[in-house]
Design a protein around this ligand. Structure first.
Ligand SMILES: NC(=O)c1ccc[n+]([C@@H]2O[C@H](COP(=O)([O-])OP(=O)(O)OC[C@H]3O[C@@H](n4cnc5c(N)ncnc54)[C@H](OP(=O)(O)O)[C@@H]3O)[C@@H](O)[C@H]2O)c1
Length: 478
């Protein structure tokens, strides 16, 4: 699938529960402003629980008494700044499907008050600031009034009309019932970063000079691409930082074509530099798009690991191998066997593995290709579904990997396992990624773009588990 607008699929449109419109429109009262939003009240997969609501309440700022005091450099008495944002694009992530499927039944058991309150999903968005509270003018005058206050709210840089990219943490989404799949949203300014007007042309910082999956540097393109930046990008960045990569090191990125993986290969190259080595792993159809991100020395195919993809020709992997296991290798081998065949000698093994899919098998056999002091840095363990049983099974494996002694004497792999958890990345990570993005050093691979009414089709692609990069939803357009 390419980056195109998809045709409309069947959608379910409802009005949200609540008083009938007449109650809001009695003579002399102004009709309540409403917006379109995708909401759910009961658990299920998107096609079974998400509804397009046309009369979702227009968001408001919480009263000042309920705006938590700001954090960081801000004065403790300063109310936290909130933004009212017209959403341009949103991007989908597997984690929100998990919340959709599992949380409503749990929430209704634990907190009966929240049962039936419509929840808007989705963490990632770009948009335009419509208003702020306190307004940017008030924030400016209060910062001028304070004595040499260098620490005046860092968020006062948001003005009406500012373009922003934001990541709404799960805690905010659940407590406010407010996510990115709505036309207008209000949220604390600390979750947003200003979007650049322009981004530099992508520079292939790695070994490859090929870079053909074109960057779209118009503002519409920037809004669309940046929507996919934060949840996946911050998770990739957390994984790279967990691995403590150093210039000149050799790193394997598994699941290199997904939302996280496509950014992890680029961040890995940024960390190891041109003198390092980055090897991506994905399925056959994604070899070229991953290689064209311009940061992998070569890409391996986990379906047919006997060949490596170097952009022009597929070569026999044996040319790469320096290990001693080359004899008797067949084209039927698994990716773990192929890697062990290529990298079994300690001096050629990887310094780190960044697993952006969550393969338990790749970790189990990692002693065959990961240095004994190397780090296996995972996004988690892949769950075979969104129900309780697969999630508990993957949680169990995750716990065992983290806690089981590494020593092989006790059945360990002999390799350190770390897992990223991305609940709230904070400004430093978000600003770092926007910086790379605007310098053309971090590209967002977009699987497909969908109209707001076609969100369910976008989720079908996500649920296939085969998205090539991010799935973005055009909520308002740029
Ligand atoms: N730890 C955290 O805080 C955190 C945060 C976000 C997401 N996650 C988790 O991280 C995982 C990836 O997230 P994402 O947003 O990148 O997902 P995604 O965009 O849907 O990507 C999925 C990718 O997995 C690849 N894939 C499918 N089967 C595979 C296999 N057998 N071996 C290797 N790769 C395979 C697919 O590529 P091919 O078609 O090329 O195989 C696809 O590109 C999800 O499980 C998600 O829940 C964790």
């Amino acid at each position: 699938m390419t980056d195109t607008n998809m045709s409309s699929s069947a959608i379910s449109t409802t009005t949200s529960p609540g008083p009938p419109p007449a109650a809001d429109q009695s003579p002399g009262t102004t009709p309540k402003k409403t917006i379109k939003a995708w909401t759910y009240t009961k658990g299920g997969l998107p096609r079974n629980c998400l509804h397009l609501t046309t009369d979702h309440p227009y968001p408001e700022f919480p009263p000042p008494s309920q705006q938590a005091p700001g954090s960081g450099n801000e004065s403790p008495k300063e109310p936290e700044e909130w933004l009212l944002v017209k959403v341009t694009y949103a991007a989908l992530n597997p984690g929100e499907v998990l919340l959709m499927n599992l949380l409503p039944p749990l929430m209704s058991l634990a907190f009966s008050k929240s049962a039936g309150v419509p929840q808007v999903p989705v963490y990632d968005l770009t948009g335009t600031v419509l208003d702020s509270s306190p307004s940017s003018e008030e924030a400016d005058s209060s910062s001028r009034a304070s004595d040499d206050d260098e620490g005046a709210s860092s968020s006062s840089k948001f003005k009406k009309g500012s373009k922003v990219v934001a990541f709404l943490p799960v805690g905010f989404i659940l407590s406010s019932k407010s996510g990115a799949l709505q036309e207008v949203i209000s949220f604390p300014a600390k979750y947003a970063v200003l979007l650049p007007d322009k981004v530099a042309s992508p520079s292939a910082s790695g070994a490859s000079s090929s870079s053909s999956s074109g960057a779209n540097t118009t503002q519409g393109g920037i809004d669309k691409l940046a929507a996919g930046l934060f949840l996946a990008g911050c998770t990739a960045l957390a994984q790279i930082r967990d691995a403590a990569l150093q210039p000149g090191q050799k790193v394997l990125v598994y699941g290199a074509s997904g939302g996280i993986g496509s950014m992890a290969v680029q961040l890995a190259r940024e960390a190891v530099g041109p003198e390092g080595k980055v090897v991506g792993v994905c399925s056959t159809r994604n070899l070229k798009p991953v290689f064209e991100l311009g940061c992998c020395d070569f890409v391996m195919d986990y379906i047919n690991p006997a060949t490596i993809f170097t952009g022009e020709v597929e070569q026999d992997t044996i040319v790469e191998g320096a290990g001693s296991n080359q004899e008797g290798r067949t084209t039927k081998e698994t990716i773990e066997q192929a890697l062990a065949g290529m990298y079994d000698a300690e001096e050629v093994q990887f310094d780190a593995i960044i697993d952006c899919y969550g393969s338990q098998t790749l970790y189990n056999y990692s002693a065959g290709y990961l240095k004994s002091d190397g780090v296996y840095s995972a996004c988690g363990i892949h769950a075979n579904g969104y129900g309780y049983a697969p999630i508990l099974a993957s949680g169990w494996k995750l716990m065992i990997n983290a806690l089981w002694p590494r020593t092989k004497w006790l059945g360990g792999t002999g390799r350190t396992w770390k897992a990223a958890s991305m609940f709230d990345p904070g400004r430093e990570m978000m600003e770092y990624l926007v910086g790379l993005f605007s310098e053309g050093k971090l590209r967002v691979l977009v699987d497909s773009e969908w109209a707001f009414e076609d969100v369910l089709s976008g989720y079908e692609v996500l649920l296939s588990g085969r998205a090539r990069g991010k799935i973005v939803i055009r909520v308002g357009g740029a």
